[in-house]
Design a protein around this ligand. Structure first.
Ligand code: PGA
Ligand code: ZN
Length: 417
């Protein structure tokens, strides 16, 4: 049969930060798939382990010695079987033996090889004929926290969300214009600003949180007026990076302030109201499910999203659903290892009315598979930056998918706005 796996080849390549990563080719009788793994900088504690001891070199050796011989001869059409075989070979609950990034690259390359063996694009193969919905792009425009240096904002990401756009191309255009407009303002607000950017291509400037929020609000409003549709915005607080366990407070260095959980809740509710925030990711640290639930209950017209909280893990998501923690979830396949695991989490989220946002990692490659996953699994948003090669690779792939679908393409519905 045309989709039987004939060979699996692994090699070392680099991500956008110049860090070593793994790339895998899956070769079937009649097709081919290739995927490379990204890497996070502000990782959730409950993510799988990226690589075995010995790093990427050891991961490649595991593919050659343990994995390729087991998978050769299997049918790439049966993704669940491929992914459960990866779990069996690994034998741990966090991919410690073979590495979560090894599993990720094989899993994605396999899906691509299966699609290719049937002469289909990945989103068609995984999503079927009715997968025709394009996501709204959440675009990182200003960096702070762990993604920046110096006197940058404490909040990690300031993200444009052009939710009034009627096509993906329009939405991506809005984000590019917002990103570029922001640089003009930053030149005025920070005399030392010289166009520095983070790994994700977002600007880095010596400004505080409020200045960043005002800058976003102004740019989104102006571009919205010029393009004649609404552009909102939101933030990724990445609160685990601000949390000081001993003091039980969130430390906002750029303001010289510390906030306990109650103050954090009030602060974020004020920001939602003042700036009409459409989106807040990781508002509390990764073990504070109750904090997420309190904010979700009180916030109006705002997506409250769990990234480090859930780490794309179905069990953690179920724990959150029980108490109403968050109403949306970041999906990063390499937080959990395989496509099957991520698809299970997406299904749980959708069954419970949570909005799924498929996301890049701060250190990423030009791999574009997440663009296809977003369409295949009908996720209404994608978080993948605005500029920088690895980000644009995903945006351009979605533009191609929209073009390919022609008049069957439509934009997703964003329930909460
Ligand atoms: P990452 O963080 O550095 O772990 O990719 C991005 C995020 O927190 O969303
Ligand atoms: Zn995040």
């Amino acid at each position: 049969m045309s989709s039987i796996i004939e060979d699996i080849i692994a090699r070392k390549v680099f991500n956008s930060r110049g860090e070593e990563t793994i790339e895998v080719d899956v070769i079937t009788a009649n097709g081919f798939g290739r995927a490379s793994a990204p890497a996070g900088k502000s990782r959730g504690k409950t993510e799988v382990v990226y690589y075995p001891q010995g790093g990427v070199d050891q991961a490649i050796k595991k593919v050659d010695d343990l994995i390729a011989p087991e998978l050769a001869g299997l049918n790439s059409d049966f993704q669940e079987e491929i992914d459960s075989t990866l779990h069996e070979i690994d034998g741990t609950n966090n991919f410690k033996l073979i590495g979560g990034n090894t599993a990720f690259a094989i899993s994605l390359a396999n899906a691509e090889a299966a699609a290719n063996s049937h002469n289909l694009l990945l989103f068609q193969f995984l999503g079927g004929n009715n997968a025709t919905t394009l996501p709204y792009p959440l675009g990182n425009c200003i960096s702070g926290g762990k993604h920046a240096r110096g006197k940058a904002p404490d909040i990690q990401e300031f993200l444009a969300l052009p939710h009034g756009a009627e096509t993906f191309l329009e939405a991506a255009t809005a984000n590019a214009q917002i990103h570029s407009k922001i640089a003009e303002t930053l030149k005025k607000k920070d005399k030392l600003f010289n166009g520095g950017k983070s790994s994700e291509g977002a600007w880095i400037a010596s400004i505080d949180n409020e200045t960043a929020l005002e800058t976003m609000a102004k740019a989104c409003e102006e571009v919205g007026n010029e393009l004649d549709f609404e552009c909102g915005f939101g933030v990724d607080v990445a609160a685990s990076s601000l949390w000081m366990e001993k003091e039980e407070k969130y430390s906002y260095e750029s303001e010289g302030k510390k906030r306990d959980a109650d103050e954090q809740l009030e602060y974020l509710l004020d920001l939602i109201e003042k700036y009409h925030l459409a989106y807040i990711e990781d508002p509390f640290h990764e073990e504070d499910f109750d904090g997420f639930a309190a904010l979700t209950k009180k916030a109006r017209k705002c997506l409250i999203c769990g990234d480090d909280l859930f780490t794309t893990n179905n069990e953690r998501l179920n724990q959150g659903i029980k108490i109403g923690a968050a109403n949306s979830i970041i999906i990063k396949v390499n937080q959990i290892g395989t496509l099957t695991d991520a698809a299970e989490t997406i299904e749980t989220a959708q069954r419970n009315g949570y909005t799924c946002i498929v996301s890049h990692r701060s250190g990423d490659t030009c791999d574009w598979h997440i663009a296809h996953l977003t369409v295949a699994y009908r996720c209404p948003m994608i978080k993948t930056g605005v500029v920088e090669g690895a980000r644009v690779a995903k945006l351009n792939e979605l533009i191609r998918i929209e073009h390919f679908l022609g008049n069957r393409a439509k934009m997703a519905e964003l329930k909460i706005l």
